[in-house]
Design a protein around this ligand. Sequence first.
Ligand code: DAH
Length: 346
Amino acid sequence: MKDKIKSFVEEISSFKSDDSGKIEAFRIKFLGKKGAVADLFNDFKSVAKEDRKEIGIALNDLKNKAKEKIENLKSSSLPDKKASDKKEDFTMPGYPNELGSRHPLSIVRKQIIDIFSRMGFTLSYGPEIEDDWHNFSALNFPEEHPARDMQDTFFIENKPGATPEEQIALRTHTSSVQVRVMENSEPPLRTISPGRVFRNEAISARAHCIFHQVEGLYINKDVSFADLKQTLLHFSREMFGADTKIRFRPSYFPFTEPSAEMDISCNICGGKGCNICKYSGWVEILGCGMIDPNVLGNNNIDSKKYTGFAFGMGIERITMLKYQIDDLRLFFENDARFLDQFKAAR
Ligand code: DAH
């Protein structure tokens, strides 16, 4: 029996395998219910008394060695085996990180800001929840002007006892920021104000109840309509290309006098006529004018000393023209197939 134990110990210590099937067969051979170790323990009953101690120790030692060997084989061979099964190729290039794209409105807003920054315009911001004074009254809106109507403006419930000028609403245009700039600083002023505006309009391909504008304001001594024209011509050429032409059509805004709407030569057909410009060769991009002396006066700016111009444009409109997008709702749907197209424009 001693010899048997000795030869098993040798067999166990020399056994090597990284194959899980062979390791399991090895376990069964030695530690299985009818395995070698169990057989020896059976035979142990017939061992002579004087040999029992020595053989008992050797037998337990054999059992422990077998267990230890199997544990070692399992823990060291299995992970290695997994790695070799997968056959990793460490020379393969890594998976690229999918970067998102900027929203087209953000791209165009940044371009507008960059162009005016280069002309010395600063950036100013105002609140989206605005009072009647900043959104309407200070801008010379007559009491009965339709823009004040519930149809257009999202009013917010007022504090009891609020005066008409304290009425709270979501701003309907960024022109309200003009007022905040004028009341907080002295001319000369040269600033643009990008921001979100809100109007109670049915959502369609051409209109939305939330959209974005950029307001422009320049107040100084001797500012003329020629300055306005040159500023907007430069902007249009930077934005839509060096060949872009502009034209002004007389218009009306309560806060400017004279007022105008400005068209650019259609950037799609170059002025020849297409369905974007409705075959006129021109597309409207903004409203503008010389700041009404009443507005300067409302904000304690001496209109005898200072003149100024203002303009306001819709970022959606400029973006639609720039990228030939024919439905404004696409901007607000977060459809990755639409947004992914602007990756290159980042
Ligand atoms: N606030 C006008 C609008 O929302 C746009 C506008 C027109 C702004 C003329 C101006 C301006 O500053 O001078 O339709």
